[in-house]
Design a protein around this ligand. Structure first.
Ligand code: ZN
Length: 373
């Protein structure tokens, strides 16, 4: 098995004082790999310690071209990368349908490439039994928008629409590599969003695994549809504290640019923990509001809700309000990482290359470290 683990650094090598075990991840971000994706680079890329870091792994996965990194291939790579102690399963199209994940399956049905629901489990001995971290990632390996086709300009960047899933895979590897005594389940919903002959349509009504019905009004709002069933699954499998990461809305990029991710939560203590981990790790994050009166944005005349609004207002919030319907009971947070996860140009700091930044890996490692501290 290939490690995706920790680059060891001595205190004198650190550019700033960070005391937690996750410091190696913060440190590694100051070394840009200076490499472009090749078929070999994921396994060949070595850090000075001799081991590729999770952040680098995450950013390379985000940069992978969509003809090479299909959902099936992402599942294979995840299995190959998983450190000792992490079990990986991947469910195919038929199994996704059989689990009544009608929302996820609808997004996937327009592509000949099979979807995968990738599930990673880490259950270390000595972990407390009353806390299971649930990490949920959106991994659309290419997003054309589907029948609600995106404009041609910039569409090539939609290979980065799996950055949330990449961060979750790498973050899970980091937790296991750091040997944190924390039960963790990661659920990555991976699919293409294509306008093929079998593609789902605006007007379709889907039934998600939790039984709620969704009127599709825009097939480009697919991320929340795959996450809906993945969130439900994470909760079904016993996650007590859930955090999803997704390149979900252009509206969040417009609001916060490429420096901060925005996030939403139904629980103040969970939100505070995530915000603190974000600031300590260097993955900047800012809390945005949820409110019951936003619910009217996703109200449908034909189903329990619709997946998009025709009002050009609060786009990131209504996506979060939508997800809340599937997040179950207990603390949950949704991180909309559309801005900082995949850069269209140099950010002018240590992230000087366009492409995947590995955003979220440090935050996950820091958060998990703090939970068990
Ligand atoms: Zn989309």
């Amino acid at each position: 098995m290939e490690p995706c683990g920790v680059a060891t650094t001595s205190p004198s090598q650190r550019t700033r004082p960070i005391s937690s075990p996750a410091s190696a991840y913060a440190r590694s971000a100051t070394r840009s790999p200076g490499l472009r994706w090749t078929e070999m680079s994921f396994s060949a890329l070595q850090m000075p310690s001799g081991r590729p870091t999770a952040i680098v792994g995450s950013s390379i996965v985000s940069n992978s071209p969509p003809n090479a990194l299909t959902p099936e291939r992402l599942a294979e790579r995840t299995s190959a990368l998983a450190p000792d102690g992490v079990r990986v399963e991947a469910f195919d199209r038929k199994q996704i349908v059989d689990m009544n994940m009608g929302s996820f399956a609808a997004v996937a049905q327009g592509s000949d490439n099979e979807p995968r629901l990738i599930v990673m489990r880490y259950e270390p001995e000595g972990a407390r039994s009353d806390f299971t971290l649930g990490l949920v990632g959106k991994a659309i390996t290419f997003d054309t928008g589907g029948i609600s086709l995106k404009p041609a300009r910039g569409m090539e960047n939609m290979k980065g629409d799996m950055s949330g899933g990449a961060a979750v895979v790498a973050g899970m590897c980091a937790i296991a590599d750091l040997q944190l005594p924390l039960r963790t389940i990661a659920v990555i919903a991976s699919s293409e969003n294509m306008p093929g002959g079998h593609a789902y349509r605006p007007g379709d009504i889907l039934t998600a695994a939790n039984g709620k019905t969704i009127e599709v009004t825009n097939t480009d709002a697919e991320g929340r549809l795959v996450l809906a069933d993945a969130l439900w699954y994470a909760r079904e499998q016993g996650a007590t504290h859930v955090m999803d990461l997704a390149t979900l809305t252009g509206a969040m990029s417009v609001a916060l640019g490429d420096l901060y991710a925005g996030f939403f939560s139904n629980d103040d203590a969970w939100a505070d923990a995530i915000a603190a981990a974000g600031e300590a790790s260097g993955d900047h994050i800012w809390r945005m509001p949820l409110h019951p009166r936003y619910r009217r944005y996703v109200k449908s005349s034909y189903a329990d809700m619709k997946n998009s609004s025709d009002l050009r207002e609060a786009g990131a919030v209504l996506a979060a309000e939508f997800l809340k319907e599937f997040a179950g009971d207990g603390p949950w947070a949704h991180l909309d990482i559309a801005g900082p996860a995949f850069l269209e140009r140099s950010r002018g700091d240590y992230l000087w290359q366009p492409g995947g930044s590995g955003y979220g890996v440090r935050l996950i490692a820091e958060l998990a470290s703090r939970i068990v501290a």
